[in-house]
Design a binder for this molecule. Structure first.
Ligand code: DGJ
Length: 552
């Protein structure tokens, strides 16, 4: 054997083969995140903006574990990793990696580069202080904003150089892929006006719409987001011309223009990072408050009505993602499944509802992950509910991995307290109607009042009856067999076969261990109201496996 070959053979077992790169893989209508060769559901939490430095974060890891997280979503700050130009310091990342591994957690990194919530507050001091070299966006009065202009290659390329260094370093120190995905920038958006008015931006506004966008729109005309199609059609649906000619001179057209340039900037950065280490990468958006116009909200970010523009300009991104802080969770979550976009929620409101929103997202929308924000600050009762909900997700991961994307899972969520009608789901030859129960349950038929919270750590720790979340998910196990996971749900059944009624053949509570059902108890008497319904009691997350039958 040649000496070089011999040396390689001796070293290989020490280094070990590099783990398979995390990636997205299609299953039916879903896209799943594959980590170590297996579908991986992110039971995540995003850290508060200033909580990711290892010495500060260290005290919180046990708390993050106790909430049953498997992933921490952590910012990496440009100004910290590149304090002086081209002098990189990755101590923060290295510390995060070591601590995540010590706690058997994965990481999703957030690149706080050129933009964080529209602003350029994480740009290094040597960038901020050199406005001539790193031009800012301007308002219509010609005043500079603390927003790096996306129209300047120097801004873009300097950010891309730092991101490249980050990904190169990550590749060298993380062969086991503790980091499973990377978010590029954070909540990009133009504010307080819909478009940048710097001289360079004005020149771009007057120039022809790039052919790449026109070609994309023409090719995808039939499937464009309706809002974008409406903006384009209202201006005459032209296939060439300046931005004002093609899309009109409205806030909506200015938003399309900015989205193209923001996304093109992100494309350069993402592609440069992926050339080092091709992890799945995404961009996230702050959502729109009802009635707000472009310019009033951070406009032109990766919002669902702009998905085509972002796809056309930033094909290196694997998906776009919502930060959902609003009450109408299902509306926004659904909007981010448009045209095959996989749903990953990097930020969500840290409330008791998060626990059921997560189940809904995984069950109804084939989500690959759900992450409440400022997770290290989570308190009871929300923390206890999340821990219980994520425990169910952990138990169900092998099953969900097998079933997502195949039309055999669903979610239950009460969109608002005003939604009084039961939620109806049809699956196979059965119809399920779920109603939601947050209040103290009535006296049961066996004469005992249920004391809500007696078995529930979250409520025992301070939650009030009536404020518990209600919702869950359902998985079809066989033609007549279903699994229900959740809290505060009463489900009745009907058969789709004419002339037949639905009955409960059996109902059991249990849990999954390593993908195997472990029976705990039968629930065929009072607990199913003598066969009339299945009930996941308020205040306590549970799993029930139900067999149905037909009678006449
Ligand atoms: C959304 C941002 O992406 C986070 O970094 C943080 O600022 C939260 N908003 C605060 O609610």
């Amino acid at each position: 054997m040649k000496p070089v070959l011999l040396l390689a053979c001796l070293l290989l077992p020490l280094a070990g083969p590099a783990a398979e790169l995390p990636h997205l893989r299609a299953q039916g209508s879903a896209k799943q995140l594959i980590v170590d060769g297996q579908p991986f559901l992110v039971r995540g939490g995003e850290l508060g903006n200033s909580s990711a430095e290892p010495d500060y974060l260290r005290r919180f890891w046990p708390k993050l574990k106790a909430m049953n997280l498997n992933t921490v979503v952590a910012p990496i700050y440009w100004d910290v990793i590149e304090p002086a130009e081209e002098k990189f310091d990755f101590a923060m990342l290295d510390g995060l990696l070591a601590d995540a591994r010590a706690h058997d957690m994965r990481l999703v990194l957030l690149w706080f580069g050129s933009w964080k919530n529209s602003m350029s507050c994480y740009a290094p001091a040597w960038v901020k202080a050199d406005q001539a070299r790193f031009p800012r966006a301007q308002d219509s009065a010609g005043r500079g904003l603390e927003i790096l202009s996306p129209f300047h290659p120097e801004n873009r390329d300097t950010d891309a150089r730092a991101f490249t260094a980050l990904m190169r370093h990550l590749k060298s120190v993380d062969p086991q892929h503790t980091v499973i995905m990377v978010q590029v920038e954070n909540e990009i958006g133009m504010i307080p006006e819909a478009r940048d008015r710097s001289p360079e931006a004005e020149r771009a506004w007057a120039a022809p719409v790039p052919t790449a966008l026109m070609d994309y729109l023409a090719k995808h005309r039939a499937s464009l987001a309706p809002e974008l199609a409406a903006t384009w059609n209202a201006a005459g649906g032209k296939t060439a011309g300046s931005w004002a000619e093609v899309f009109g001179s409205t806030p909506a057209s200015e938003e399309v223009f900015m989205a193209w340039y923001f996304a093109a900037y992100v494309q350069t950065i993402t592609a440069a990072g992926k050339a080092e280490l091709a992890l799945p990468m995404f961009a996230n958006a702050a959502l729109i408050r009802p009635g707000y116009q472009p310019g009033q909200y951070p406009s032109a970010g990766p919002l669902p009505h702009l998905i085509d523009v972002w796809r056309a300009a930033a094909p290196a991104l694997d998906f776009i993602a919502p930060d959902i802080y609003f009450q109408n969770f299902s509306h926004w979550a659904q909007a981010y499944t448009r045209s095959g976009n996989p749903l990953f929620i990097p930020e969500a409101l840290r409330s008791p509802e998060a626990a059921v929103n997560a189940l809904y997202a995984f069950g109804q929308l084939d989500a690959i992950g759900f992450c409440p924000f400022a997770i290290e600050s989570n308190t009871e009762p929300a923390a206890g509910y999340l821990a219980a909900s994520f425990d169910l997700v952990r138990q169900l991961t092998p099953l969900l991995a097998e079933k997502q994307g195949r039309g055999v899972t669903a979610g239950f969520l009460q969109e608002s307290l005003e939604s009084k009608q039961p939620q109806q789901v049809r699956m196979g030859k059965w119809i399920m109607r779920a109603s939601f129960e947050r209040a103290a349950p009535p006296q049961l038929a066996d004469g005992l009042a249920v004391v809500i919270g007696a078995e529930n750590s979250a409520l025992a720790a301070g939650g009030r009856a009536g404020t518990a979340p209600a919702g869950g998910l359902m998985i079809q196990l066989g033609a007549d067999e279903f699994l229900f996971a959740g809290i505060g749900l009463t489900i009745t059944f009907a058969s789709t076969e004419p002339g037949s009624q639905a009955g409960i053949l059996s109902c059991a509570e249990g849990r999954y261990e390593n993908g195997e059902w472990k029976h705990l108890r039968w629930l065929n008497g009072d607990q199913t109201h003598q066969g009339r319904h299945v009930r996941l009691e308020p205040g306590r997350f549970a799993l029930q496996r139900v067999k149905l039958y037909r009678y006449r």
